[in-house]
Design a protein around this ligand. Structure first.
Ligand code: UT7
Length: 357
């Protein structure tokens, strides 16, 4: 029994931005960006909102729009979704949640919705949390059935995890250390609890204090004052507020490479599997060098890793879901195969899940 992926989708904005275009804005070049990151182009949302991107990825995952992947033939009815979880750093509104905005757009009239703020680990935190919800609900329902009473908690049989990100709105386009890295987009999976099938085999999530502020973005609303503050009160908080995301690249790189190995090993151990059992690794795409490092450490060829960073950049929490969807749509993994999704990011968050497709 387990949480089975029954649909997967992705959505990318239509505007492609090349490294040469970035070279016209900041002091950088294709010659610097490609060997340091693996990124050649990224898609930047010029008119698409997170709601647009998230809803399109969701409809594709449900088979309500063309271009997605479904486990079985036929579209999935959005009204059968019990929950929508949206990992995002850039919700279009503080509230309603981004998940609720997507619910409204796709007609998921029975879904309970909420967002998650866990940066680039959104894909893993989203799937892991959905799996916990599905397993918890299955346990609750089994108890209710045995005792002949109603379940004590919300019944959760189907969950949509849809990560939608527009980091182009958080980056400082004058900061060459970050603006070259990120792209916009969304990725989605529909998970269903099935008694007779394997799905998510294991998951692992962790947090590390970011006392050195290596990956950081202040909330813009903190700059506002209330009418109740005495002269100078709250000034210390407002003083250093920065409206853009900042990253200490080398420190994060160090954290990322270690987290990639630690989390992958932990999730595989929980699943009782080894790296050889994994058909395809679909990791967060922060830097091609991080993925190459992991491949070398695991003594595996790069063919065992899904690489999409060259054409999408770092799409934060959506990256690994987009990678998984590309692999499914291209037939690189298929039913029965095992995927391993590892991610790391602001928080500092990190985690990994092992999934039987
Ligand atoms: O998804 C969230 C997690 N994020 C990550 O995992 C990202 C991890 N970090 C990285 O991927 C890398 O640290 C970067 C790609 C961000 C930067 O690569 P790096 O090899 O660590 O470069 P660096 O920061 O050490 O900078 C080296 C030099 C510096 O110049 P000096 O001081 O040596 O003269 C930078 O000013 O490269 C310069 N530089 C650039 N030059 C041209 C930094 N960014 C650029 C740029 N173009 N875009």
């Amino acid at each position: 029994m387990g949480s089975v992926i029954i649909g997967s989708g992705r959505s990318l904005p239509k505007r492609t931005v090349t490294n040469d275009e970035l070279g016209a804005i900041v002091d950088t070049s294709d010659e610097w960006i490609v060997p340091r990151t693996g990124i050649r182009t990224r898609q930047i949302a010029t008119e698409e909102t997170c709601t647009d991107l998230g809803a399109e990825a969701a409809l594709r995952a449900l088979g309500q729009a063309a271009g997605g992947w479904q486990r079985e033939e036929g579209a999935i009815d959005p009204a059968t979704l019990d929950m929508i979880i949206c990992p995002t750093l850039t919700a279009d509104t503080h509230f309603p949640s981004q998940a609720a905005r997507i619910r409204e757009r796709i007609g998921a009239e029975n879904a309970v919705c909420y967002d998650m703020s866990c940066a680039c680990s959104g894909c893993v935190y989203g799937i892991s949390t959905a799996d916990l919800m599905l397993a918890g609900s299955a346990f609750d329902r089994a108890g209710a059935e045995a005792a002949g009473r109603v379940p004590r908690r919300n019944v959760v049989r189907r969950v949509l995890v849809v990560a939608a990100e527009r980091l182009s709105r958080l980056v400082d386009w004058d900061d060459r250390a970050t603006c070259i890295l990120f792209g916009d987009g969304a990725g989605a999976v529909v998970l269903e609890w099935r008694d007779g099938e394997d799905g998510v085999l294991s998951s692992y999530m962790e947090n590390t204090d970011d006392t050195a502020r290596t990956l950081w973005c202040d909330s813009a609303f903190c700059a506002r004052e209330t009418p109740f503050a005495a002269e100078g009160e709250g000034a210390a908080e407002r003083e250093g507020l920065d409206p853009y995301m900042r990253m200490a690249g080398q420190a994060v790189f160090k954290f990322a490479t270690a987290a990639m190995m630690r989390c992958t090993e932990e999730a595989l151990e929980r699943a009782g599997l080894s790296v050889e059992d994994v058909t395809l690794f679909t990791p967060h795409q922060a830097n091609e060098r991080i993925i190459r490092y992991a491949a070398k450490k695991m003594d595996l060829p790069m063919e065992r890793f899904q690489l999409i960073i060259d054409h999408v950049g770092n799409v934060s929490g959506a990256s690994a879901l987009i990678a998984l969807n590309e692999a499914l749509c291209d037939g690189k993994i298929t039913q029965g195969d095992i995927a391993c999704m590892t991610a790391f990011g602001g928080g500092l968050t990190a985690g990994s899940c092992v999934i039987r497709i």
